[in-house]
Design a protein around this ligand. Structure first.
Ligand code: ADP
Ligand code: MG
Length: 710
């Protein structure tokens, strides 16, 4: 271990321990307390020795025989008590300063307390000395200071001042001698002052180190001068052994060394204790900033500390050499340093983690903002989509309008099986025109052409007839009203077009079924955007009375038509049945037909003398906007249009015929006034036009199939 390391680790040296033990042994100071006082006492005796040494040197061996070279306080006092040495010395320094020195008997020193000399003699010499000294400007003392209990320090002071004066005089007496000015307590010129500089600083530094101020270690130990220490040790060793017999010395030295060893160990242990407390304090200070989880370095440190303590205990028990203890101390210090380093690293890690978190937070905020922007854009796009959808609806309606709000199609049914098919009134059909032959008339008058939106010949399938109706179904789902009529004489194929033959197959299904199937299909395609509710009513108008064909109780009540209804249902009393599939519709149509058939038995083929109306109500709710749209479709199978000759019929049949004629001409009037865009449309002239008012005119679409028998 280098001296530097030793100084950094221990606040005491081997020399200082030995010194302290010697002091204790001599008894100049009590162990561990009042060390400053003991230093002072030591200094005092050193000054006394200096004074005695100078006196002896100045008066010579014979003259100074009564004064030992290193006298105790008592010896010093007794040696100077007669005043003879003092006066002789003074005369040497300042010849003739004391003209008459009273000399005592030669063996006076052997008589205790100078009994051989009279008190007067003492007084004379001492008084003469003191007077002269005072005259020279040298600090004096009281004569009583030479008596038992006197202040011998003042005597020493005086003698050393005189010595200083003498030195000054010998060196040529340049300037004026002034006490205290050049008074230096130096024994020989050029050497360091004879002061125990090391002991006091050591004690201070030791106490400071114990109170936890390590900063003062180095500066204090720099004061430990080797020369000073060894010199003071010499003095102490001599003082300790001076009055001991030769044969006792080895034992004394041995016991002394043992004591030194014990003391050294005691200090090491207390120093270790101190270090541990300091280390613990540092841990406590550091812990609040430690992360919650135990790091590997924590565990490492703890392990090291425990091994450290174990080794220490072993060392103490076995009394291992000091070097090992020194090593332990060094290790402990290194441990503390490493802990400090670890704490620093942890702090740094915490800092960087905090920074990382802040960065992450900022990134999140940024992403959140971006998300907000995107969402905003998306909402904008959605509202744009809604606008486009609306626009699309409007444009589609316009296209339908351009095709005409009222369309009339002609359908010629084929010859029925068993009918003679050689001769048909239909001459030829081309697209929208049909030429009819009237067999009774010839030439130009025998042929008449009629124009329609479209003419379907006898071979036209149910599917082909429906194809032109299909675009109107979409209009119903877009919120428009649609009316589809089947017009024609009894047996011309109205029911066939609207419903189909009595034996239904997939190909022979009529417009009603196909229209509803299409409604379900389209509403399903739009289900992501709009939710549709579809419900149906089946009504019959017979003799200007509205009846419910879906009435389950079998009572055929007369129903009122209310055109002011909010929900588009103008016969609220009639059964309204929700449907969600084509099979639902089929079941309902069967119920309706059965109800009509029941009436027919009683009324004799009533079906051809009444209008039947299948009304489909559609209510759609847009999922995003919540907007509700309503549309309705009337599928009307009109009563037979054949003219009834009034003269031929009476009673119920006449009444029936009158109602049919009136309602059909009312329908013709309404359609004619709509076609001419008249301001007044006579809806109120019949139950039929009243019922269909919402679906005739305005933006409503009307489609009429005019049926013909071949
Ligand atoms: P309306 O309802 O006008 O009184 P129907 O629909 O009952 O006439 O038709 C009369 C008969 O003619 C029915 O037997 C029907 O099946 C048949 N019929 C009508 N139109 C067609 C057609 N396009 N193809 C085949 N048979 C038809
Ligand atoms: Mg019919």
């Amino acid at each position: 271990m280098s001296t530097e390391q030793q100084q950094q680790v221990w606040p005491f040296s081997v020399a200082s321990v030995v010194e302290d033990m010697l002091q204790e042994n001599i008894g100049t100071r009590p162990r561990g307390v009042d060390l400053v006082a003991s230093r002072k006492a030591e200094e005092t005796s050193l000054r006394r020795y200096e004074a005695a040494g100078w006196l002896r040197k100045t008066v010579g061996v014979v003259g100074g025989k009564d004064l030992p070279a290193e006298p105790s306080e008592e010896e010093f006092r007794l040696g100077l008590r007669s005043g003879i040495i003092l006066c002789n010395v003074l005369n040497k320094v300042q010849p003739g300063a004391v003209p008459k020195v009273v000399e005592g008997p030669g063996d006076s020193a052997e008589v205790p307390d100078g009994a051989a000399l009279s008190a007067f003699q003492y007084f004379e010499n001492v008084r003469n000395f003191l007077v002269s000294i005072e005259e020279m400007g040298i600090p004096t003392f009281e004569a009583s200071d030479l008596e038992q209990g006197g202040k011998s320090a003042r005597v020493v002071n005086c003698i050393l001042a005189l010595k200083s004066y003498s030195d000054w005089k010998q060196s040529g007496g340049i300037g004026t001698w002034k006490y205290g000015g050049n008074l230096k307590l130096s024994t020989s010129g050029g050497t360091k002052p004879f002061m125990r500089k090391n002991s006091e600083p050591f004690m201070n530094s030791f106490s400071r180190a114990c109170s936890g101020d390590p900063s003062s270690f180095d500066e204090q130990f720099n004061d430990l001068s080797e020369a000073g220490a060894s010199r003071s040790l010499n003095v102490l060793v001599r003082a300790a052994l001076s009055n001991k017999k030769q044969e006792e010395i080895p034992n004394i030295v041995e016991s002394m060394l043992n004591k030194v060893m014990e003391e050294f160990e005691r200090r090491l242990v207390s120093q270790n204790e101190q270090m541990k407390i300091t280390a613990k304090d540092m841990e406590v200070v550091a812990s609040p900033e430690m992360p919650l989880s135990r790091t590997s370095s924590d565990t490492r440190m703890e392990e090291e500390t425990s091994t450290q303590i174990n080794t220490e205990e072993r060392c103490h028990q076995k009394g291992t050499p000091h070097e090992e203890s020194e090593d332990q101390l060094l290790k402990q210090q290194a441990l503390v340093e490493r802990q400090e380093q670890d704490i620093k690293e942890l702090k740094l890690a915490l800092c960087s983690t905090k920074e990382g978190m802040l960065l992450l937070q900022m990134k999140h905020m940024e992403e959140f903002n971006n998300l907000g922007k995107h969402l905003h854009g998306l909402a904008h796009a959605a509202s744009g989509y809604q606008r486009v959808l609306e626009e699309n609806r409007r444009l589609y309606n316009q296209v339908q309008d351009l095709k005409g709000n009222i369309r009339v199609y002609c359908r010629v049914r084929p010859f029925l099986t068993g009918q003679a098919s050689r001769f048909s009134t239909v001459d030829h059909i081309d697209e929208g025109n049909i030429t009819i032959i009237t067999p009774s008339k010839y030439g130009k008058e025998g042929r008449k052409s009629f124009s329609f939106n479209k003419v379907f010949g006898p071979l036209a399938t149910q599917e082909e007839v429906f194809a032109d109706t299909q675009p109107l179904i979409r209009s119903v789902l877009d919120g428009y009203n649609v009316c589809i009529f089947a017009y024609g004489q009894t047996g011309s194929g109205k029911t066939y077009t609207m419903t189909g033959p009595s034996e239904l197959t997939e190909e022979s299904l009529g417009v009603n079924y196909r229209a509803l199937s299409d409604l379900f299909l389209l509403s399903d395609q739009r289900k992501e955007v709009i939710h549709y509710d579809i419900s149906v009513q089946m009504l019959e108008i017979y003799n200007e009375q509205v009846r419910d064909l879906l009435a389950t109780d079998g009572v055929n009540r007369r129903l009122e038509i209310r055109n002011s209804s909010q929900n588009g249902i103008n016969v609220p009393e009639a059964s309204l049945v929700t449907v969600s599939s084509p099979s639902d519709v089929l079941n309902l149509m069967n119920i309706g037909l059965r109800n009509r058939a029941v009436s027919a038995t009683a009324m004799n083929d009533r079906s051809s003398r009444s209008h039947s109306c299948l009304t489909v109500h559609v209510q759609g709710r847009e999922l995003t906007s919540g907007t509700v749209i309503r549309g309705s479709m009337h599928l009307v199978d009109l009563a037979g249009s054949e003219r009834v000759d009034k003269s031929e019929v009476t009673g119920d049949r006449l009444k029936e015929a009158q109602h049919i004629n009136r309602s059909l001409s009312a329908l013709g009037d309404v359609i004619a006034s709509l076609a001419q865009k008249n301001s007044h449309v006579p809806y109120r002239n019949s139950k039929l036009t009243q019922l269909l008012q919402d679906s005739l005119g305005g933006q409503a679409k009307t489609l009429m199939f005019v049926h013909m028998s071949p």
